[in-house]
Design a protein around this ligand. Structure first.
Ligand SMILES: Cc1ncc(COP(=O)(O)O)c(C=O)c1O
Length: 401
């Protein structure tokens, strides 16, 4: 019997009851704007920031309108401006180079390895140039974390500021340190498909008072920054408040209300995602023609999606894998397609950037297949998905029709 999967790859779990109740409270009192508080009230957004800072072990946190906005704010806060060049991953999603472009700066792409992480040799080479960029926007794309000890040694030696894009690594760790705690600032997304769901939303953390004071004013605090519970002391704002533009992108209390109980449950959810990931990984291991991404012992990932490689496969065969899996209810995304589709995207899709060809990176990108693993999937669902992929890949690889 040919097995089929009938689940929905984009169906997230419902918002926890506690979040729905808190959201209803906000709707009933009507004070949705984060600075609109009653006498003695602390806004839900300020509480969220306080809780997120504590969860990440960061001194400061700021909640904003989206992950992309959080990244752009971090870039502005560290001083990136029009014409500046910013290093970033060739394997990432469109909002990442988009955030760089939004501040008038220019992305400089760094290659990807078969481990799906930034190519540190390529990074070192790019940093050896006399006019090397001074900022790296490091995207932990699809939750794959590079050797952060080596990366920080390279960037520290070159005097490069690192901003971490943790849209896919909220709750993950490298060598015991939470993702987002290596760079000067780290940005997270709370858009529906991430590790916490408020529809749209973003979070920014830092230990640096000047960077965070700038970020808070940039986000649209007016002179109400003293209503933040996870912001730097007043003197940090005194240094920046008249010279930092307001580029509004605040989070509102409704989203914060929805997020707080989800974040309180983050680490439990991480374990549930990883259990699903490991079932798919086990089911796909030792499939001829298919390469599993081996994860280093120092990496404690949080995988709400799964990637594997069909390295050096002909385009037609990969397309057949995607089509046959789709026929059996399994949605795979391919990063090698000539045209970007859905959310998939890669460096040569962003034609506003004059990027040189990267053949080694192209080879990896052309082999990447990607699927979501929402928490609405059971472990049995994941085992079935793996069996279907394995069967399709095997038949095509062995040319058994
Ligand atoms: C790797 C990565 N970085 C940043 C973002 C931006 O997040 P948002 O959609 O909240 O702007 C996304 C969103 O898909 C992403 O996948």
């Amino acid at each position: 019997m040919t097995e089929r999967f009938t689940g929905n790859f984009t169906q997230q779990e419902p918002i926890p009851d506690e979040g729905i109740k808190a959201a209803l409270d906000v709707l009933r009192h009507g004070r949705l704007h984060r600075y609109n508080v009653a006498e003695g009230e602390v806004s839900k957004t300020a509480l969220l920031e306080q809780e997120f800072a504590a969860l990440m072990g960061a001194k400061y946190a700021l909640a904003v309108a989206s992950g992309g906005y959080a990244i752009a704010t971090a870039l502005r806060a560290v001083g990136v401006g029009p014409g500046d060049r910013v290093l970033t991953n060739a394997f990432t999603l469109a909002p990442v180079p988009g955030a760089i472009a939004s501040v008038g700066a220019v992305p400089v792409f760094v290659g990807v390895t078969e481990a799906l992480t930034i190519d540190l040799a390529d990074l070192e080479q790019k940093l050896a140039a006399p006019d090397a960029p001074k900022v790296l926007l490091l995207s932990h794309m699809r939750g794959h974390i590079c050797d952060m000890d080596r990366l920080m040694a390279i960037t520290d030696a070159a005097g490069v500021t690192v901003i971490e894009d943790c849209a896919h690594t909220m709750g993950a760790r490298w060598n015991g340190t939470l993702s987002g705690r290596h760079g000067a600032m780290a940005a997270y997304s709370t858009q529906t498909y991430k590790h916490a769901n408020s529809g749209e939303g973003g979070l920014l953390i830092s230990d640096d008072p000047d960077l965070m004071a700038r970020a808070i004013v940039l986000s649209g605090s007016y002179m109400l920054y003293d209503r933040h519970l996870a912001g730097p002391p007043p003197e940090a704002f005194e240094r920046v408040k008249f010279v930092t533009p307001n580029i509004s992108g605040r989070m509102d209390n409704l989203r914060a209300a929805i997020l707080r109980p989800q974040l309180a449950n983050l680490f439990e959810n991480c374990a549930a995602w990883n259990a699903r990931y490991r079932v798919v990984e086990d089911g796909l291991r030792e499939t001829p023609g298919l390469t599993i991404i081996e994860r280093p012992a120092k990496e404690e990932y949080v995988m709400s999606s799964f990637q594997f490689l069909l390295l050096d496969w002909a385009e037609e065969d990969v397309l057949n894998v995607v089509r046959r899996c789709a026929d059996r209810g399994v949605e795979l995304k391919w990063f090698g397609g000539a045209e970007p589709q859905g959310f998939t995207s890669r460096y040569d899709s962003w034609r506003y950037v004059d990027a040189p060809a990267m053949p080694a990176t192209d080879r990896v990108l052309c082999g990447i297949l990607d699927l979501r693993l929402p928490l609405t999937f059971s472990l049995d669902d994941c085992a079935l998905i793996a069996r279907i992929i394995r069967d399709v890949v095997l038949k095509l690889y062995q040319r058994v029709e």
